[in-house]
Write a protein that binds this ligand. Structure first.
Ligand SMILES: Cc1cc2nc3c(=O)[nH]c(=O)nc-3n(C[C@H](O)[C@H](O)[C@H](O)COP(=O)(O)OP(=O)(O)OC[C@H]3O[C@@H](n4cnc5c(N)ncnc54)[C@H](O)[C@@H]3O)c2cc1C
Length: 386
């Protein structure tokens, strides 16, 4: 009985979040084509996302956020809705959490009070700087250093493919501190910090490289204790990785709607495409994948609410399943659209390009598979007791 009441309450809250995200998506619709084609922050999208107040979902309530802890299910649902309309808006929303969560989890009172309320209201834009030219999936290979100097630290290195580079107000930078790894809060106006643009990506993104040359930060700039970098990075992924699955579901769903509309209207051989067996199969298989990965994402996001780290492998599983499914679905949708699926700037063509990075960032599929398989073998081994 209690469970039912809880579920109803939860359903109500989540549906309210979905309605707010849908209202924002409707407002963004006229801006989406322009924003998603640009690697610069779109002022109209920024204004609309700010006014929606949804960024509060990415920060705990103690510092201006929406719920006591960041709710992975709410973030997942917002990303699902936004990604169907604009990857630019999806990224702007998600990175407020991804770029600031280390501070929420391990930051000092000063750091939290200075930055998090502004992250929640989108007055300050956040970014997470971990990847380097020589360190992608193998993050422990990073070479950026933070060296104690007087009463502060000096940071030297280079960060690569950093979302929000150039528009962020601060960067949470993962660096080596001696033999350990730690996060540092580096304000964007720090002397010695430079931003370099990237060559255009197949799906434009606000992104760039960061140069850090003798960047001096205060003694209070470290986030948490020395050596807490990977714990904070893992905890950030544990809360936000599942939301990539949400974005993938939203993308696939939007592509499928386009393809289904087309297949219902276009007639070939005297019948709508949707009634030609192989085309019907493309649509039906896609719908099955969208619905099953949506349910998986919600279920895992709900579990991650209770204990994000204990459910990280399942978040990886859902991210893997949903992003790989989204790629298959959007590929089929291009096929169903025929020649119109290839037109530059058409909705399905845009979604086809936007699906691709989802399988690379926040844990590339191959790397996720390694951890998932390890977990599976451990669980089966633990259960059999032979
Ligand atoms: C749009 C976009 C936004 C990004 N934003 C950010 C950001 O905000 N902050 C940030 O820090 N980074 C960001 N990144 C970088 C992203 O995190 C990395 O691209 C990602 O970690 C993968 O690293 P890599 O590209 O160096 O690929 P690599 O690690 O070089 O991997 C290349 C290929 O090898 C495979 N591979 C690697 N290791 C193994 C292994 N052990 N076993 C099997 N296969 C393996 C991978 O799966 C992949 O297919 C972003 C990237 C993109 C595309």
């Amino acid at each position: 009985m209690h469970m039912v009441i809880m579920d109803r309450m939860e359903l109500g809250e989540i549906e309210t979040v979905r309605e707010r995200a849908s209202a924002l998506a409707a407002e963004l619709e006229p801006l989406a084509a322009e924003a998603d084609a640009s690697s610069e922050l779109h002022p109209g999208v920024l204004a609309a996302v700010t006014a929606s107040g949804l960024s509060a979902l990415t920060v705990p309530a103690a510092w201006g956020g929406a719920s006591e802890k960041v709710d992975p299910l709410a973030v997942c649902v917002v990303r699902e809705v936004l990604m169907g309309t604009s990857s630019h808006a999806d990224s702007l929303f998600a990175l407020q959490g991804i770029g600031s969560h280390a501070i929420a989890l391990g930051g000092s009172d000063e750091q939290r009070e200075e930055w998090l309320p502004r992250v929640a209201s989108l007055e300050a834009i956040a970014a997470l700087a971990m990847t380097e030219p020589g360190a992608g999936s193998d993050l422990k290979a990073l070479t950026t250093t933070a060296t104690a100097d007087g009463d502060g630290f000096v940071i030297d290195g280079r960060k690569s493919f950093i979302s929000n580079a150039g528009v962020a107000d601060f960067y949470t930078v993962l660096a080596r501190e001696g033999e350990q790894y730690s996060f540092f809060l580096v304000p964007a106006n720090s002397i010695g910090l430079t931003v370099e643009p990237l060559p255009p990506l197949i799906s434009p993104h606000v992104i760039g490289d960061l140069g850090l040359e003798g960047v001096r930060v205060g003694g209070g700039a470290r986030i948490g204790a020395a050596g807490e970098g990977f714990r904070l990075a893992l905890s950030t992924l544990a809360t936000f990785r599942i939301s990539v699955a949400g974005a993938a579901v939203g993308l696939a769903d939007a592509a499928l709607r386009e393809a289904a509309r087309h297949a219902g209207e276009r007639v070939q051989f005297g019948r709508p495409l949707a009634e030609l067996g192989p085309v019907a199969a493309l649509l039906a298989d896609s719908w099955a994948e969208v619905e099953s990965t949506r349910l998986l994402s919600y279920e895992v996001a709900r579990a991650a609410r209770e204990d994000p780290l204990a459910n990280l492998d399942r978040s990886s599983l859902a991210k893997l399943a949903a992003t790989e499914a989204a790629s298959r679905v959007v590929d089929r949708c291009v096929q169903v659209m025929g020649r119109w699926g290839l037109v530059d700037g058409s909705k399905v063509e845009k979604l086809y390009r936007q699906a691709r990075p989802l399988r690379i960032y926040e844990g590339a599929s191959e790397v996720l598979r390694l951890g998932i398989a390890r977990r599976l073998v451990a669980e089966v081994g633990a259960g059999s007791q032979r």
